[in-house]
Design a protein around this ligand. Structure first.
Ligand code: SF4
Length: 421
């Protein structure tokens, strides 16, 4: 687990609060989100068989260092400021179980920074917060517990440098994702700072065509209107560009976007000009990269199906689903309850923003099931998925799990409802 300290760039909040994490806080987080079931599988070499079900666990999955830190700090804040109102500026992470748990602890979702008083405590999630909102919070004099992930801060430093050097930042990210919103605010906090956000390679391709002169700028009016800095002028604002990613994007796609935009700059200005007009740094975080690498390693094994567990609006979880779906039948489920029966599963297909139900998803006979979860998914949630699978397949729960004394496992087992016929 990464060292849990308050992290924020000096530029954003000079007066950093530091909040040492007590042992009891770490224990509470482990109790609420850990899973002895998953720990058992890990200790068995990430492979475990229950009857006809062979579970294959990715070597890297679940909470990343940024989420670990953020939860430690949120729990610590609740413990230390038990008589004060504690707000969270949005979702802590994109996972329903975690957000419900924080709500149960009395940590409230902040709808508007204007409602904060000096007596309040405000927790900023690992995604970060837009510059203007942070400045407003500082002005109120409230206590700020900033859990902005160091990897996000790394991106901020990159884009701030681009802006200071007169480069327009091209952000590969989801325009409405909290992290991307915070990152672009870092760009515009520099006078004259400009950005364009591209969601994927297809949007980058269109942007590259405009840069190369193969498409008129008018062809991208929609993109510039919804995903570019105010007053963006494609005639002058694409002469020098620097790339950055939302930290949880697909690494391969970010690389392809960088290559495509570089080629466009070469086509427009010539190779000799590129060092003066094009910059690119990989800002995918190491935790995201490790989870993408681990699923690629897992998929080298012949699997009958893959289960990816995590919130549907979790960027890194969705990308794991996309990677797996190219290789084997893959089901991205938000919670263990999505496994309705051995016949029916509720899931969100790759590249689609809608939940659906699929019948006949669990094959008969001996099967190899791949398991992974996004950086915002607690191990307990994955452990409950395993228990749910054992139940719907009508296999016998291993005695090692049936006798587990950990609260997470007890709850996971008692929550199991009878299989749907
Ligand atoms: S996914 Fe990466 S950038 Fe985001 S919180 Fe986790 S470690 Fe930090």
């Amino acid at each position: 687990m990464a060292q849990a300290t308050v992290t924020l760039p000096e530029t954003a909040l000079p007066a950093r609060a530091r909040l040492p994490i007590q042992a009891a806080t770490r224990q509470a987080v482990a109790r609420d989100f850990g899973s002895p079931v998953i720990e058992t599988i890990r200790q068995q070499g990430y492979r475990y068989r229950v009857g006809r079900l062979a579970f294959h666990l990715a070597r890297e999955f679940g909470f990343c260092y940024g989420v670990d830190d953020a939860l430690d700090l949120a729990y610590e804040a609740r413990s230390r400021f038990d008589s004060r109102t504690i707000y969270l500026t949005g979702e802590m992470i994109h996972n329903p179980m975690v957000n419900h748990r924080l709500a149960a602890l009395g940590i409230r979702r902040l709808d508007n920074v204007a409602q904060v008083t000096p007596q309040d405590v405000v927790v900023i999630p690992a995604f970060g917060l837009p510059v203007a909102d942070l400045a407003h919070l500082r002005d109120t004099g409230c206590t700020i517990i900033d859990t902005t992930c160091g990897s996000v801060v790394h991106v901020w430093k990159r884009v701030e440098r681009y802006a200071r050097d007169g480069f327009t930042t091209i952000i590969h990210g989801k325009p409405d994702h909290e992290e991307t919103i915070a990152t672009r605010s870092q760009v515009t906090s520099v006078p004259g700072g400009r950005y364009v956000t591209v969601r994927d390679l297809a949007e980058a391709e269109r942007l590259a065509s405009v840069i190369a002169g193969d498409l008129p700028a008018a062809a991208l009016r929609d993109l510039f209107a919804r995903a570019a800095s105010p007053g963006f002028d494609p005639a002058t604002d694409l002469e020098k560009i620097g790339l950055a990613n939302q930290t949880t994007m697909l690494a391969g796609e970010s690389l392809a976007i960088a290559e495509r935009l570089r080629a466009a700059m070469v086509a427009r200005y010539g190779e000799d000009e590129v060092p003066f007009r094009f910059r690119s740094f990989d800002t995918i975080c190491s935790a995201t990269q490790a989870r993408q690498d681990a699923i690629a390693e897992l998929l080298a094994f012949p699997l009958d199906l893959m289960l990816v567990v995590g919130g549907y609006n979790s960027s890194n979880t969705s990308h794991l689903c996309e990677l797996a779906s190219a290789v084997c039948p893959t089901y991205h489920i938000a919670t263990p309850d999505c496994i309705l029966s051995a016949d029916l599963i509720r899931h969100q297909p790759a590249f689609q923003a809608r939940e659906m139900e699929t019948r006949g998803w669990l094959p008969q006979g001996e099967i190899a099931i791949g398991l992974t979860s996004g950086a915002s998914t607690p191990e307990r949630s994955l452990g409950e998925v395993v228990l749910r699978l054992v139940q719907v397949a009508k296999e016998t729960l291993p005695s090692a799990w049936a006798t587990l004394d950990e609260p997470g496992a007890r709850q996971a087992q008692t929550r199991l409802s009878p299989p749907v016929a």
